[in-house]
Design a protein around this ligand. Structure first.
Ligand SMILES: [Fe+2]
Length: 386
């Protein structure tokens, strides 16, 4: 079957990479921009570094600095108003997945009209979005290189997953100077998001040799470097390798798709406003436990175990992988069960299951699932039943 691979046209990597966007923007002739970020990054001085680059390139800009974690439709709409007010010809997202996903949503609505809610699903827009530069400040979501973005519906308390080739950014920047101040908790959560992307890409119905190559490399690099980056955020090598690995994991899942972990994490994170990476990290070993009962996953578990450098006997690859994930979570300070996360209540699991079953990510899960399968995994993850 023919295979389509989407990739960002230009990605700048490495310390000081931010300086490279000025000349690129000058070439476009665009004169006005909206910088989209959050209050912390606005006050930290990183936004000023970006503003200086824009000024040097002769670009007039306005700043929207109220992006929140799990950004909602309300924030997207405020950004659209700000972008229209300045007549932005380019959006500059500064942040992790929240800022970049917000900017992707704004980009699509600016060029396609209507409301962001109507783009939930796969390839719902008809025109390429407004040009977008994504300056990544975490090593996790891969949003700077994917066809995915997530927006929270504040009425339903649920996340809408959009998969759209028209939302891809024009220029991505993974400058480690913008990642080195990440605190250990954020490094751990976003790093586990990246690991989950790579693992779900291997397990996806849409996996191909190209996406496997990316995912396997990313898994090896994350397993080696994430504990170091959490322990010592100043370790430049670990930060650099995580910046590459999260991007490569992003390319893997952007082209292969995701699965049950992300579908369940979206429902959980949207309902309780919990960090996306933590939701994935806690759910991941329980989903893998469930998957190991299905024969379809057996050869894929061997791919994972080899990528992680684990030794295993015939038939024990799956158990080795689950143990490695449990150990990783413990080493980097992630809770082992959902009951440790604020607000999570088993009484909500049926409602969360209904949301997860309708999540776009569920469409590429390797095996079909029933609602009772999903509720069973939420329950196991709540009580810590491995
Ligand atoms: Fe994710």
């Amino acid at each position: 079957m023919p295979e389509r691979i989407n990739a960002v046209k230009t990605t700048f990597f490495g310390k000081g990479a931010i300086r490279l966007i000025g000349p690129e923007l000058k070439k476009t002739g665009i004169s006005r921009a909206l910088l989209i970020t959050d209050r912390f990054l606005y006050q930290s001085g990183l936004a000023q570094k970006v503003a200086d680059v824009l000024s040097d390139a002769g670009i007039e800009y306005a700043v929207y600095y109220d992006v929140k974690p799990n950004p909602s439709v309300v924030i997207v709409n405020e950004c659209i108003s700000a972008a229209r007010a300045i007549g932005a010809g380019v959006l500059i997202a500064l942040g992790g997945g929240s800022a970049i996903d917000t900017a992707k949503a704004v980009s699509i609505v600016m060029e396609n009209g209507g409301r962001v809610e109507q783009y939930e699903g796969v390839d719902k827009s008809s025109r390429a979005g407004l040009p977008l530069v994504a300056i990544n400040t975490t090593a996790g979501t891969g949003s700077e290189c994917t066809t995915f973005y997530i927006v929270t519906d504040p009425v339903r308390h649920s996340k809408m997953a959009m998969v759209d080739t028209n939302c891809m950014v024009s220029i991505a920047v993974n400058d480690t100077d913008f990642m080195s101040s990440m605190p250990p908790k954020l490094t751990a959560a976003t790093g586990m998001d990246a690991l989950t992307h790579a693992i779900e890409a291997v397990f996806s119905k849409g996996a191909t040799p190209v996406t496997d190559k990316d995912a396997v490399w990313a898994i090896r690099i994350i397993m080696e470097n994430l504990p170091v980056a959490v322990r010592n955020g100043a370790d430049e090598k670990a930060r650099t390798m995580m910046a590459y690995a999260e991007n490569v994991a992003g390319m893997a899942f952007s082209n292969a798709g995701l699965g049950m972990v992300h579908a369940m994490a979206h429902a959980l994170g949207g309902h309780y406003n919990l960090p996306h990476g933590v939701c994935n990290a806690v759910l991941l070993p329980y989903v893998l436990n469930f998957d190991m009962m299905k024969s379809e996953f057996a050869p894929r578990f061997e791919v994972l175990a080899d990528a992680m450098g684990l030794s295993y006997n015939a038939g024990s690859a799956a158990q080795a992988v689950v143990s490695a994930i449990v150990d990783m979570n413990a080493e980097i300070g992630i809770s082992p069960k959902l009951s440790d996360l604020e607000g999570v209540n088993p009484d909500d699991f049926q409602a969360l299951t209904a949301l997860a079953m309708h999540d776009t990510c569920m469409t590429t899960n390797l095996v079909p699932l029933t609602a009772s399968d999903v509720t069973e995994v939420y329950t196991a993850a709540y009580y810590g039943n491995q």
